[in-house]
Write a protein that binds this ligand. Structure first.
Ligand code: A2P
Length: 286
C-alpha cells in the first residue's frame, strides 16, 4: 500500500481504500462536515460513520459536496445495537441512507453483536439482523456487508446461519489490544479486519516503547500505531477533528516498521480495552 486510496480486495469482489477516516464522537454538525471535507481534501477516500454517531447528515453532505465522484469515496455506516432483528435493522438501513442522502452505502456493518448477556437466543437474533443486511445487499442499497465487534463465537454462530459471510469485522485494535484469536479467525475466513481506535484513543501517545520506535523512524507515535495496523493487514480508522493530525495520520506511506518494532509492539499485548467488551455490552432492542 503506497497511499490512502490504495485498496484491499474484499471477499465479495469489492475493493476498500486501505486507510479510513473515523468519525466517532464528532457529533457537532459543523465540525463533522468540516472534518470530513478536510479528510477528503487530504486524500482520505474512506469515511467511517454510524447511526449512533449522529453525524450521518454531515458526512453525506461533505461527501456530496466534495467534488469527487461518488465511486471514488467509500462510505460505511452501521446498524446500532437497539436495531437488532430483521424489521428493525431493515428500517435502520433505510434511515441511514436517507440521512446520508446517498443512493447506496459502500458498506453497512452490524455495530455490536447481540450477546448472551442481553439475549437468551443471541445466535438467532444476530442471524435475523444479518438477513436484513443480506437483503439490503441484494436490493443494491449496500454494496458490502460486515460486522463490528464480533468475536470468534459470534462469527462462528453467524457462519452456521447465513448465506453470505461478513466481508469485514471492525474491532477495537491497537498496541496493547491486538485480539489475536479474532484476527486469526478472520484471516483464515477471508474477513478483512478493520481497527477502530488504532491509536488507543490517544492514550498510547506517551508509551515509552512506541515513543522509541517513533523516534527511530522520525515519525510520531500516532503514525507508528496507524502503520502497525496496516503492516498486519488490518485497516486502520484513525479519528481526528484537527486537520494537521488528519494529515499526520495519513502520512505513513514513507516508512516501514521492521521485525523488531513489530515484536516490541506485540510484546505490549495486555488485552487492554478502551471501549466495551462485546460480551459485556449492555445494549438491547427495546
Ligand atoms: P482530536 O480529534 O482532538 O485530534 P483513535 O482514533 O485511536 O480513537 O484516537 C482518537 C483520539 O486521538 C482523539 O482524541 C484525537 O483527538 C486523537 N488524535 C488523533 N490523531 C492524533 C495525532 N496524530 N496526535 C495526537 N492525537 C491524535
Amino acid at each position: 500500500m503506497d497511499r490512502a486510496s490504495d485498496r484491499f480486495a474484499l471477499a465479495d469482489g469489492n475493493f476498500i481504500p486501505c486507510l479510513g477516516f473515523g468519525t466517532y464522537l464528532i457529533d457537532d454538525p459543523i465540525v463533522a462536515y468540516r472534518s470530513v471535507a478536510d479528510a477528503l481534501e487530504l486524500g482520505y477516500r474512506h469515511i467511517d460513520t454510524a447511526a449512533i454517531y449522529r453525524n450521518e447528515e454531515s458526512v453525506g453532505k461533505a461527501v456530496r459536496d466534495s467534488g469527487l465522484s461518488r465511486s471514488e469515496i467509500f462510505v460505511t455506516s452501521k446498524v446500532w445495537a437497539s436495531e437488532h432483528g430483521y424489521d428493525r435493522a431493515s428500517r435502520a438501513i433505510d434511515a441511514s441512507l436517507k440521512r446520508l442522502g446517498l443512493d447506496y452505502m459502500d458498506m453497512c456493518l452490524v455495530h455490536w453483536p447481540a450477546n448472551a448477556k442481553n439475549y437468551s437466543d443471541w445466535q438467532a437474533v444476530n442471524a435475523d439482523t444479518w438477513r436484513a443486511l443480506e437483503q439490503a445487499k441484494a436490493d443494491g442499497k449496500v454494496k458490502t456487508i460486515g460486522v463490528s465487534n464480533f468475536l470468534v463465537s459470534h462469527l462462528v454462530s453467524l457462519q452456521d446461519n447465513c448465506r453470505i459471510m461478513p466481508a469485514v469485522d471492525q474491532i477495537e485494535y491497537h498496541p496493547g489490544l491486538l485480539q489475536p484469536e479474532t484476527v486469526a479467525f478472520c484471516k483464515s475466513n477471508n474477513i478483512l479486519v478493520e481497527a477502530w481506535s488504532p491509536i488507543g484513543r490517544a492514550r498510547l501517545l506517551d508509551d515509552p516503547t512506541l515513543n522509541s520506535i517513533a523516534h527511530k523512524h522520525g515519525k510520531s507515535v500516532a503514525q507508528v500505531c496507524v502503520k502497525f495496523a496496516l503492516s498486519q493487514g488490518v485497516l486502520p480508522l484513525p479519528k481526528s477533528t484537527h486537520r494537521a493530525r488528519m494529515a499526520e495520520n495519513a502520512d505513513i506511506f514513507d516508512f516501514e516498521l521492521d521485525w523488531s518494532d513489530i515484536g516490541d509492539i506485540e510484546g505490549m499485548e495486555e488485552g487492554k480495552r478502551y471501549g466495551s467488551h462485546p460480551d459485556e455490552q449492555n445494549f438491547c432492542a427495546e
